[in-house]
Design a protein around this ligand. Structure first.
Ligand SMILES: *Cc1c(COP(=O)(O)O)cnc(C)c1O
Length: 421
């Protein structure tokens, strides 16, 4: 054993966050949201309580977006975003198999059809060439998870999409859950999408326990998202809103305690990401000499938030299967794990069973019946998952200097053990 005790969990909560939560408790106003219009003075607001509204204002300032709409999780945020862009049942929405499943089920929630494009093996983000192959006249949107912390090359994709003339508009939604500071050319990447957004669950860079935030520069989307978040069907009449498609209200509202914690956490975000980057750089410097192992790449013009530190392992160069390496590393106490996910292979997609037992929403049209989720549709994602990726969850552990040193030691000890040189 090199790690004699389990690594300490990363904890971003300090006394300032605790005091912020306590002051909400003392006020008694834990969530002054009301699903009604107009506001009822002294009772509540359609736009939520003062901490919620302040959190949204702080997010707008931080990212430079015109609008921010808080939600009770980023899963709720994704569902809200897909509803806001006028998704019709049976529309196709392209996304990645390498993401948390909520990215994909948000599409199903509106009876739309997920279409998986493959990923590229440098950053593990969607492969633009494969996205283009998957576009049809039914494509309504592309949901792009910026995975592990590396932003997607959205400008390159937009340049190509902008050349399509007289075609149906394709909306671009970013899943920035793992890239809270994702930047492209000095601007936060969420600004380059129609809608972007963040997760504040316990496992992310900053947290509010559960929580999420939608950001957009489009006023209409912002308003539709506020309606979907908060029982919109009861509000569209009195608010005189004509466009009522997809305004099927939920209660996706963020509470005041979470918002107060969020305001306090946001102040630490840059420092936290910086600390992860420093650890990643140390690992990269020390692991890059190991045969058969490639450290994460950062494309020029981009940054990396290192939600996950991703290594690529090449068995053909070492003669040792990845699983044996992982087993040895784990026996030394190192928290490394193999692969990520292949969402397209989940039972929901293999069996095409979501709403009821009769294949809805795939049963909606001849085209959607033919959409394939067979193994082999995303060969790069499948191979990386099955044979190549080794990941270190940088965001979940503290990784003090001595832990970083031990991590490197585990790798060298494992390579020595298998006589790889
Ligand atoms: C965490 C995560 C989500 C879901 O966020 P929740 O706030 O837990 O609902 C979605 N997509 C990605 C890529 C994530 O990492």
């Amino acid at each position: 054993m090199i790690f004699k005790k389990p690594l300490k969990r990363y904890n971003s909560i300090d006394h300032k966050d605790i005091n912020a939560a306590i002051s909400v408790m003392k006020s008694g106003a834990l969530s002054p949201f009301i699903g009604a219009w107009p506001e009822i003075s002294g009772i509540g607001s359609f736009y939520g309580g003062k901490n919620v509204q302040l959190f949204e204002k702080n997010i707008r300032k931080f990212y430079g977006t015109k609008y921010a709409v808080s939600v009770n999780s980023w899963t709720s945020g994704l569902i809200t975003a897909v509803g806001a862009i006028d998704t019709e049942p049976g529309d196709e929405i392209i996304t990645s198999p390498w993401t948390m499943c909520a990215t994909v089920t948000s599409i199903i929630h509106w009876a739309a059809i997920p279409v998986f494009a493959d990923i590229e093996d440098e950053t593990f983000n969607l492969d633009i060439k494969d996205i283009l192959k998957k576009i049809t006249n039914k494509t309504r949107a592309i949901i792009i998870p910026e995975i592990f912390g590396h932003p997607f090359d959205i400008i390159a994709l937009k340049k190509i999409l902008n050349k399509r003339k007289n075609k149906r508009k394709i909306f671009l939604i970013a899943d920035n859950a793992q890239t809270p500071l994702g930047k492209f050319n000095y601007r936060y990447s969420c600004n380059f999408y129609d809608i972007g957004g963040f997760s504040y669950n316990y496992h992310k860079h900053i947290q509010t326990g559960e929580g999420g935030m939608l950001v957009t520069n489009n006023k209409k989307f912002a308003e539709r998202m506020q309606l979907i978040r908060n029982h919109g069907e009861a509000v569209v009449g009195p608010k005189k809103i004509k466009k009522i498609n997809n305004i099927i209200g939920y209660n996706f509202r963020m509470g005041e305690i979470e918002a107060a914690i969020g305001n306090s956490q946001l102040k630490k975000l840059k420092k936290i990401v910086k600390s992860r980057v420093k650890i990643a750089n140390y690992l990269t410097k020390n692991l890059s000499s190991l045969k058969g192992l490639s450290t994460p790449s950062v494309k020029s013009g981009f940054n990396h938030d290192y939600y996950i530190y991703s290594l690529k392992y090449d068995e053909s160069k070492t003669g040792v299967p990845r699983e044996k390496i992982i087993k040895k590393m784990n026996s030394l106490g190192a928290p490394v794990s193999p692969g990520y996910v292949n969402v397209h292979l989940y039972p929901m997609f293999q069996k095409k069973i979501a709403y009821g037992k009769k294949n809805f929403p795939w049963s909606i049209s001849e085209e959607s019946k033919k959409i394939s989720y067979k193994k082999g549709i995303c060969p790069v994602a499948e191979k990386l998952h099955e044979k190549v990726l080794i990941k270190i969850p940088l965001c979940n552990y503290q990784f003090k200097k001595h832990d970083q040193y031990k991590m490197v030691k585990c790798f060298f000890k494992t390579w020595n053990y298998f006589k790889i040189s």
